[in-house]
Design a binder for this molecule. Structure first.
Ligand SMILES: Cc1cc2nc3c(=O)[nH]c(=O)nc-3n(C[C@H](O)[C@H](O)[C@H](O)COP(=O)(O)OP(=O)(O)OC[C@H]3O[C@@H](n4cnc5c(N)ncnc54)[C@H](O)[C@@H]3O)c2cc1C
Length: 392
């Protein structure tokens, strides 16, 4: 398909569904059906089988015409992690069933991976899925589940074979959060908000048709999700001076009375680092356009977390007592994850989570050491040991 054909397709969508008069959801559904949601996805699944780079011009034309967006900030886990995993490992029926409402935002997704005893050591998780007729019965507890209070669906990893070594006894499922037995309880975080939750799974029945990938292959599927997660958190497209550096630079420009030479030096160094991270992100996304993200995503996420913490700290230093004033502790269960929202105090506190969520910085350094630099792996005493025999 040529650039002109693609443009014509966008124009046809706009002519048949005038954004000024068409209901938002109807427009989004029509856009998906026209293959203009993710042009690099296959035909019939929101795409046209084109290159990832062809999406930019489509988005620009639609934005120019005032077309409604699908609010990606409300469904980051769905769009960033569930969709590429379903595309890669899902059956045709699963792709047809789940991708359209995921893209339009009619179904919000969350990620049921971490457990009280299994975060960094995710493969050690204990939530059990036991076969039962044409499905599975799941019991266990998950934790830190961002957005579970808004989610209709979840990606879930559970243990299906306790006799196998930890990485080999896992299976990946798509779990309906509205099913009986799924209990979501808010957890308040350092900002005072309850952005995440603990989730209890009590005899939750999942049909086998909602298993993603082979039984026992859950680690392989989860690893693909985690690679996408790091890119989604650390490698999101951003214009120059967006995000945390934009907030600090604006304060610097608007409040000359706060400036000192030392802070100026820190700001310039951080600005350069932020710009290096931004253009590295561009390169990462170009690489991504050619296939599955690799361990480079870990480096981006690591840099993103470090910068966010450094910059939000610098902003507080600039604002001194004004920055420390953080008075709104109202319990909110937000419907989006917002790293830079509200005030400087919020940004400082929220940035603390950046080096934990989506894999801690220590673990990402291990990934880089082993998978990028080829250094010897960590000593593992539980390799080839049946999971049930590992002390917990
Ligand atoms: C804001 C936020 C949102 C989150 N959202 C979700 C979500 O939606 N879904 C979900 O499933 N999870 C979510 N998480 C959970 C997150 O992925 C885990 O917290 C994370 O993987 C760390 O696991 P842990 O908390 O169990 O820490 P632990 O694994 O107990 O680690 C504790 C400390 O020990 C270090 N450590 C552990 N092992 C090693 C090692 N081998 N080498 C060096 N250091 C090590 C860690 O890096 C860390 O500093 C979220 C977390 C946060 C903070």
């Amino acid at each position: 398909m040529t650039a002109a054909d693609l443009r014509e397709r966008v124009e046809r969508l706009l002519a048949e569904h005038d954004p000024a008069t068409t209901d938002r959801l109807d427009f989004l559904r029509a856009r998906y059906d026209a293959g203009l949601a993710w042009v690099w996805f296959p035909e019939g699944l929101g795409g046209l089988g084109l290159a990832r780079g062809d999406q930019g011009p489509v988005d620009a034309l639609l934005a120019e015409a005032g077309a409604p967006g699908n609010h990606p900030e409300r469904n980051g886990i769905g769009l960033g992690m569930a969709a590429p995993t379903i595309l890669r490992f899902g059956t045709e029926e699963q792709k047809k069933r789940f991708l359209r409402p995921l893209w339009t935002g009619e179904e919000i997704w969350c990620q049921l991976f971490s457990e009280p005893g299994a975060g960094s050591d995710l493969a050690g998780l204990a939530t059990r899925a036991v076969p039962d007729g044409d499905g599975w019965v799941v019991n266990g507890q998950k934790v830190w589940t961002s957005g579970a209070h808004n989610a209709q669906l979840a990606i879930l990893v559970a243990r299906t074979d306790p006799d196998a070594p930890k990485h080999r006894g896992l299976t990946y499922f798509l779990c309906d959060m509205t099913d009986p037995g799924v209990e979501v309880r808010p957890l308040r975080q350092i900002t005072g908000e309850a952005e995440f939750n603990e989730v209890f799974l009590n005899d939750v029945r999942i049909p086998d048709s909602q298993r993603l990938g082979e039984v026992g292959q859950g680690w392989l599927v989860a690893a693909a999700t985690l690679d996408n997660e790091r890119v989604a958190i650390g490698g999101a497209a951003a214009p120059r001076e967006a995000g945390m550096i934009g907030k600090v630079a604006r304060t610097w420009r608007e409040r000359p009375e706060l400036r000192t030479t030392g802070v100026h030096q820190q700001l310039v160094e951080s600005w350069v680092d932020a710009e290096v991270a931004r253009v590295t992100g561009v390169r990462l996304r170009q690489k991504l356009a050619q296939g599955q993200p690799g361990p480079e995503g870990s480096a981006m996420k690591l840099v993103f977390a470090g910068l966010a913490q450094r910059l939000s700290g610098l902003e507080l230093e600039l604002l001194a007592e004004d920055g420390l004033r953080y008075s709104d502790w109202t319990m909110v269960r937000p419907d989006r994850v917002d790293f830079t929202g509200r005030d400087a105090g919020y940004r400082y506190l929220r940035a603390k989570g950046n080096s934990i969520e989506g894999g801690t910085s220590e673990i990402l350094r291990n990934v880089i050491a082993e998978r990028v630099l080829g250094l010897p792996g960590e000593h593992r005493v539980d390799k080839d040991v049946p999971w049930k025999e590992i002390p917990r």
